[in-house]
Design a protein around this ligand. Structure first.
Ligand code: ZN
Length: 75
């Protein structure tokens, strides 16, 4: 697997931590986090938001249903 220097865009072997062309650090931070475009990042944040509030809504609905069920059981 190759990685690309963020400064001069030359291809480097995975084991290299520094670019042999310009000396730029191309360690783990560059290798693990590929550049994400703002559009994709916004989409991911929106998905996280939907999942977060979706779960919250489900929990609230379950709580309401539980209370409703509890009162109807005791009648
Ligand atoms: Zn470089």
């Amino acid at each position: 697997m190759m990685k690309t220097c963020s400064l001069c865009h030359s291809e480097l072997p995975e084991r290299y931590n520094y670019c042999y062309q310009c000396g730029e650090y191309v360690g783990d931070a560059v290798a693990l986090k590929p550049p994400v475009s703002p559009e994709v990042e916004a989409q991911q944040q929106q998905q996280e938001w939907v999942i977060h509030y979706g779960c919250l809504t489900l929990i609230v609905l379950w709580a309401i249903f539980g209370v409703w069920f509890f009162f109807h059981m005791n009648r």
